[in-house]
Write a protein that binds this ligand. Structure first.
Ligand SMILES: C[S@@+](CC[C@H](N)C(=O)[O-])C[C@H]1O[C@@H](n2cnc3c(N)ncnc32)[C@H](O)[C@@H]1O
Length: 214
């Protein structure tokens, strides 16, 4: 039987996103400003999902560079469909675990974690994006005073994150019933929209990178 060659979804994303999809991100470690052609701050979202948040934010803040990271190609494809002439946004089809291979120390100004998979079973806690392994990577790539902004509707993940950040980050703006106000630059995510419609409370925190000895 003749096997029909199906185009990979990655190729489809590339077709839509063009040079906004960075195929070998590790090649740009320490050189992300060259990709954007300016020295503007760089913010990343890990687990961008279908991209409503990062595409919305990048359009609101043209003087900030954004990198959207998503490990599932079918999902990143949906983000690619939302792209416009977003000169300040790049897409990475990769796992957030590789962060320190992709970004150099102190290269990043902020990290967004929105409605990250909660991994409720205790034996899976290392997979949470706020496990100590991830936080150690965030500490390295983030500048001093750089922030991790986290939103979730999951109380177990939130409690866990408060405890991991509390070890060596400064916590600010902790909210157990986050309502968007004009003081915070923010965009509703796809999951947030779904959970708010269900009446779930949204938890939010900001963790500031204290770099000891600097
Ligand atoms: C529950 S969804 C939330 C999506 C989006 N942030 C939102 O709020 O609508 C979590 C997303 O994170 C992605 N993800 C989970 N772990 C990841 C990792 N280690 N690296 C990159 N993406 C990850 C998943 O594939 C999924 O698309």
């Amino acid at each position: 039987m003749r096997v029909r060659k199906i185009r990979g979804i990655e190729e489809e994303i590339e077709k839509i996103a063009g040079d906004k999809l960075i195929l070998k991100p590790e090649d740009y470690r320490g050189k992300w400003h060259k990709i954007f052609g300016n020295n503007n701050p760089i913010f990343i979202e890990i687990g961008c999902g279908k991209g409503q948040f990062i595409t919305g934010l990048s359009r609101m803040n043209k003087d900030i560079n954004y990198v959207a990271i998503e490990k599932v190609e079918e999902i990143l494809y949906k983000t690619a469909l939302k792209l416009d002439n977003d000169h300040n946004l790049r897409l990475l089809l990769t796992d957030g675990r590789l962060l320190t291979e992709i970004f150099d120390d102190n290269e990043i100004d902020g990290i967004y974690l929105n409605f990250s998979d909660p991994w409720p079973k205790n034996r899976h806690h290392k997979r949470r994006l706020t496990s100590m392994d991830f936080l150690n990577q965030y500490k390295r790539v983030l500048k001093k005073d750089g922030r991790v902004n986290l939103k979730t509707d999951n109380s177990i993940l939130f409690e866990y994150s408060l405890n991991t950040f509390a070890k060596s980050w400064r916590l600010e703006n902790i909210s157990l019933n986050y309502i968007h106000s004009s003081q915070i630059i923010d965009v509703e995510t796809e999951y947030e929209n779904k959970f708010r419609k269900k009446g779930n409370s949204i938890y939010r925190l900001e963790a500031i990178n204290i770099k000891e000895g600097e």
